[in-house]
Design a protein around this ligand. Structure first.
Ligand code: F6P
Length: 372
């Protein structure tokens, strides 16, 4: 065993590792980069280079950044990603604008592979969500040496108990609820808070419970607005003059559909949003109180990671180098229980949703929270 850097054996001295951050950013990405670089340098004696702007930077041939202890040392508490991220960029579906104004989608995955070769990368670490893991999985099938770190505030990656970024997001959303409660109480209002999470209700559920919400609407449980109206009326009759409703951006009524700001963004997906205001309008009709709506938006993705996310990101970032050492290409580090384990990227890309029958939903219902 080589416990100290003075004992790094000759045979692993020459590795050159690339790292990129894919998809939307999440608090903790910089902590992952830092942990990768410190572990590579101190434990393995490997070199790390940063690929800018996610997979886009790889196949567009953007210059790489030399990473070392000196330039990552202060990254632990910094939000965002120093490498930049390309939300929705994929080498398998690269949009190429044509002279006639149309856009043709091209598969440029071979360019990504060639770039990894020309950079002399022995391995590429990708920190990302389901989109990033799906792309990486396909590149691995073409022969690429890629390993992954699970990232997303949505906490919807499969086969890991939690992703980093989630803790910070629920912290932000809970703080928003705490603040909304005091002003709701002053003005006797119903406060609706729309939170992120795409098709998963994890942020809404966790922040809703932690912030004392009366109703939590999540994509996994289509809602009946009458149930929420009745809950608020009951609260009013009990003498409490305010209530808090958390709505996940992907929530939908039993007889309706999810709402989008943009249904098709031209990159294979849409941008959810708008359900908070719809719920607010419905509640304004059925309860005799003023209703106000807050859409939390990207505040949930920004700012310093919580200590919990710094801890998890550091564990993931350090552990992913063990996958490189063992040449476990196509695997991602995951947290299961208290252990970091390898899972395949294919397993990770299977989304994890809130189970409506789970004990946490039962617990929330037992507390009096309604899900519509
Ligand atoms: O996946 C993370 C996430 O923040 C979702 O919760 C949200 O729906 C989406 O990204 C927003 O994406 P964008 O940054 O492209 O607006």
């Amino acid at each position: 065993m080589y416990k100290h850097d003075t004992e790094v054996p000759e045979f692993i001295l020459s590795k050159r590792i690339g790292i990129l951050t894919g998809g939307g950013d999440a608090p903790g990405l910089n902590a992952v980069i830092r942990a990768v670089v410190l572990t590579a340098e101190h434990h393995y004696g490997w070199e790390v280079v940063g690929i800018l702007e996610g997979f886009d930077g790889l196949y567009h041939g953007l210059p790489v950044v030399q990473l070392n202890e000196a330039n990552v040392r202060d990254l632990l508490a910094r939000g965002g990603t120093i490498l930049g991220a390309a939300n929705r960029g994929s080498p398998f579906a690269h949009p190429v604008p044509q002279p006639d104004g149309t856009v043709v989608i091209e598969d440029v995955s071979h360019e990504a592979l060639n770039r990894m070769k020309s950079l002399g990368l022995d391995a590429l670490i990708v920190a990302g969500g389901d989109g990033t893991m799906s792309i990486a999985h396909k590149l691995v099938a073409m022969g690429a040496h890629i390993v992954g770190v699970p990232k997303t505030i949505d906490n919807d990656l499969g086969n890991t108990d939690v992703t980093f970024g989630f803790d910070t997001a629920i912290n932000t959303a809970t703080e928003a609820l705490d603040k909304l409660q005091t002003t709701a109480e002053s003005h006797h209002r119903v406060m609706v808070l729309e939170v992120m999470g795409r098709d998963a209700g994890w942020i809404a559920l966790h922040a809703g419970v932690a912030g004392g919400a009366d109703a939590i609407l999540i994509p996994e449980i289509p809602f009946n607005i009458e149930v929420v109206c009745n809950k608020i009326r009951q609260i009013q009759m009990s003498g409490r003059n305010y209530s808090l409703v958390v709505v996940a951006e992907g929530a939908a009524p039993v007889d309706g559909e999810q709402q989008f700001h943009i249904k098709d963004d031209g990159k294979g997906s849409g941008r959810l949003g708008g359900i908070g205001h719809s719920v607010g309008a419905m509640l304004a009709e059925c309860v005799g109180a003023e209703v106000r709506v807050t859409v939390l938006g990207h505040v949930q993705r920004g700012g310093q990671p919580t200590p919990g996310d710094r801890w998890l990101a550091t564990r993931f970032g350090s552990a992913v180098l063990r996958l490189v050492e063992r040449e476990q290409w196509g695997y991602m580090v995951a947290l299961q229980g208290t252990h970091i384990v390898p899972v395949t990227m294919e397993q990770a890309a299977q989304m994890k949703f809130v189970d409506p029958q789970s004990d946490v939903i039962e617990m929330a219902r037992d507390l009096g929270i309604v899900f519509g």
